[in-house]
Design a protein around this ligand. Structure first.
Ligand code: IPE
Ligand code: IPE
Ligand code: MG
Length: 247
């Protein structure tokens, strides 16, 4: 299925699909290559999923590219991953803009190379369609991100903001807390896909995943293309989301 199944009704298409892109290292090792070979090929899967999202009418696609814990990998792998991020931005940015895709990166920027932060900021500005203009797709990349870090930075902001009027804390609700997370303004993911056969969240969107549908697939990330993306959407369309209620 290289094309999106048009029998799936629009209200069964997830607004926000999020992917934990896992298995690059194993994909490369299976072919007798270094792990970074898999990371390079993973960029092609990103391109395929962006195209597939636009075709299917998915409004937000978010990708877990590098976790807070991934800083603990060997220095050579970390620097290659950062270089790949640089290169992917440079290579893809024109085409993203042409296809009305708004690019954004979320995570702990204090740990990133300032030159990369600069490249990210200018790519974000370049693909921002401006006030009143709706992009076809928001592409959100989580870099140097973890769910616990996100919740902690929100909690720190809240403590600072409320310190002058501590009694106001009693009115802090779900929406007010969500608005301090780095994902403020982005709807929670409807569908979270993890590739490579691992069935865990690995400290990803802990708060935001409260009511997400999960799909764990065995495919390694560099083998995950349009066909796999569309079949994930098909699987999602069959899910019955009850949110704790009785239907
Ligand atoms: C996912 O692939 C990419 C990142 C975490 C950066 P891995 O590098 O985790 O590949 P495996 O899981 O070791 O195969
Ligand atoms: C999760 O994959 C992080 C990303 C895909 C960016 P990992 O390969 O780092 O996670 P673990 O080690 O299997 O939990
Ligand atoms: Mg992995």
């Amino acid at each position: 299925m290289e094309a999106f199944d048009s029998n799936i009704s629009k209200d069964r298409v997830p607004t926000h699909v999020s992917i934990i892109m896992d298995g690059n290292g194993r994909w490369a090792e299976q072919r007798g290559h270094e792990r970074v070979y898999g990371h390079k090929h993973g960029v092609e899967s990103v391109r395929a999923c962006v195209e597939a999202s636009v075709e299917a009418g998915v409004r937000y696609l978010s990708l877990f590219a590098f976790s807070s814990e991934n800083w603990g990998r060997p220095e050579a792998e970390v620097s290659t991953l950062m270089r790949l991020m640089f290169k992917a931005i440079a290579d893809e940015i024109e085409s993203l803009k042409k296809n009305r895709v708004r690019f954004r990166v979320l995570g702990d920027f204090s740990r990133l190379d300032p030159a990369l932060v600069e490249a990210i900021r200018s790519a974000e500005e370049f693909t921002d369609p401006g006030p009143g203009e709706e992009p076809a797709l928001d592409l959100i990349v989580f870099l140097s991100y973890s769910g616990k870090w996100d919740i902690l930075q929100a909690a720190r902001r809240i403590v600072r903001e409320y310190s002058a009027s501590p009694e106001a804390i009693d009115s802090l609700d779900d929406a007010a807390f969500s608005s301090r997370l780095v994902t403020a303004g982005i709807p929670d993911p409807d569908l979270i896909i993890r590739t490579s056969g691992e069935s865990r969240l690995s400290n990803y969107l802990l708060w935001q995943a409260a009511y997400s549908e999960f799909l764990f697939v065995d495919t390694l990330w560099p083998d995950f293309g349009k066909k796999e993306f569309f079949s994930a959407l098909e699987e999602f369309s069959k899910r019955d989301r009850r949110y704790g209620k009785v239907k």
